[in-house]
Design a protein around this ligand. Structure first.
Ligand SMILES: Nc1ncnc2c1ncn2[C@@H]1O[C@H](COP(=O)(O)OP(=O)(O)OP(=O)(O)O)[C@@H](O)[C@H]1O
Length: 448
């Protein structure tokens, strides 16, 4: 067991109000950070990730509870941490070298020693030759390298990062992430633990040894688990995708107790494979069409957070719509950037009947549950099947609430695509007339 460096005991954060009520941001929370681990903190907007980070670093005092640093209250301990911010937070009037020297200067280090250390760390993070440049002369990626150099130059025992890669383009972010991981794994830096706040599930799974998911209203730990995948981690492996799917599911079902972590690695079991296809994001076709039109308006590609901003949506409300568009093959998402596919663009540009046709083809190709419903309906001479039949099937994999939501979504999509109808009073699926009359070839497609 590695020693615990930071331990938060029943820490809370609330803001007093003029009235008697107070705004509770973090409810009483226990959390610790041990040597040797990279901990990623995920959670929806406003769940208190940055607030928790600030309390763990000593930047902000908890309203109640205590943060211990090597078992000493943080207020009296000799704390050695650095923080890397999303916004880089560099001094624009100082050169790269002066920016990196600043924290050493603040600690009273003598000039020659501090220059020597700063030049060495600039070299380590790939900024050799840029000492005399000013931040405004640098690209975002280079600026964040300065941010890392400035954080690492003090040789922090714990390195804190608050969404350090989210302001960077995809390739730069990927590059910096793997360089940081290399420094950490080869022990080029003496840092003993890393604490990363992120919105990016894949980033957490790529880097972290442990992932904590916060819930909100008020902020609390929903789940805290170890990631047992070995490095380097490959996004394309089954284990990686299973873990990303699992976290996604936890984040999009804030009211449900997180299920047990799936067994990772190897071939996914039949159930896991099915779940991968059957977990329908709770989105409506109208929402999907709206999103695609907006992406098309933004020249076919945009950052998901910017899209959420434009729509005045919480990111967590937008994610199921993005996920649905992705599942249908209308959108691809890489590292937070959504790009419309040719079919997606055609869908966004078409009139309603053509849209339905495109949706129908995409749904039958990509959504196992819809294929299963249509196939079952076609197999019946009266072209109708009770809802209960699918309810029982889904019930084996999902909670009761989720089963109902899955069926609601399937009914919504199936009706819109004119694949089938649903008789609410008899709770029965009915094969859509048009499908029988005008598309006899659909069963071949369904069997494919
Ligand atoms: N001074 C304050 N007074 C009242 N409420 C505050 C104050 N500072 C922060 N909050 C609230 O605390 C909550 C948590 O904020 P915090 O920035 O820690 O969340 P977060 O999970 O990091 O969010 P994001 O992912 O959007 O950065 C938010 O609802 C915010 O509005």
């Amino acid at each position: 067991m590695q020693p615990v460096i930071i331990r938060a005991e029943q820490v809370e954060k609330y803001y007093p109000q003029p009235s008697e009520n107070r705004i509770q941001v973090i409810s009483p929370t226990d959390l610790s950070i041990s040597a040797g681990e990279i901990v990623a903190l995920l959670g929806p907007s406003g769940s208190g990730k940055s607030t928790l980070l600030r309390m763990l670093t000593g930047l902000s005092a908890p309203s109640a509870g205590v943060v211990y640093w090597h078992e000493k209250p943080i207020s009296t301990a000799d704390v050695n941490v650095s923080i890397v911010f999303q916004s880089f937070a560099l001094f624009p009037w100082l050169t790269v070298l002066e920016n990196v020297e600043a924290p050493l200067k603040a600690r009273g280090m003598e000039a020659t020693e501090r220059r020597k250390r700063s030049l060495k760390i600039l070299d380590t993070v790939g900024l050799d030759g840029f000492q005399a440049a000013y931040p405004k002369e640098l690209s975002g990626g280079m600026r964040q390298r300065v941010g890392f150099a400035r954080a690492l130059v003090v040789e922090p025992e714990v390195l804190f990062m608050d969404e350090p890669f989210s302001a960077l383009d995809v390739l730069t972010a990927e590059n910096l992430r793997s360089e940081l991981l290399e420094l950490w794994q080869k022990k080029t830096i003496p840092t003993k633990a890393i604490f990363l706040v992120t919105h990016n599930i894949e980033e957490a799974v790529l880097l972290a040894d442990r992932i904590i998911v916060l819930g909100r209203n008020p902020g609390h730990v929903r789940t805290d688990f170890k990631v047992s995948l070995s490095h380097p981690r490959d996004r394309k492996t089954a284990a990686f995708t299973q873990l990303v799917d699992y976290i996604y599911k936890v984040l999009t079902q804030p009211e449900t107790k997180p299920p047990a972590l799936p067994r990772l690695g190897g071939k996914p079991s039949r159930n896991q494979r099915q779940m991968h296809y059957q977990m329908l994001p709770h989105a409506r076709p109208g929402g999907i069409a709206g999103l695609l039109e907006l992406v098309l308006d933004h020249e076919g590609k945009d950052d998901i957070y910017r899209l959420a901003d434009d729509l005045a949506f919480e990111i967590d409300d937008l994610l199921p719509i993005v996920d649905a568009a992705q599942l249908l093959g209308f959108l691809t998402v890489t590292e937070g950037d959504a790009a419309i596919t040719p079919t997606g663009a055609e869908y966004a540009n078409s009139e309603i009947l053509r849209q339905k046709e495109l949706f129908r083809t995409a749904a039958l190709e990509n959504v196992l549950l819809l294929r299963q419903i249509v196939r079952a309906l076609e197999a019946k001479s009266d072209r109708s099947v009770p809802e209960e039949f699918f309810h029982d099937m889904l019930d084996e994999q999902f909670s009761e609430d989720e089963t109902i939501l899955q069926l609601e979504t399937a009914i919504n999509w199936g009706r819109y695509a004119e694949l089938f109808d649903f008789d609410v009073s008899r709770r029965r699926f009915i094969l859509h007339e048009k499908l029988n009359e005008s598309e006899p070839e659909s069963s071949a497609e369904i069997d494919a």
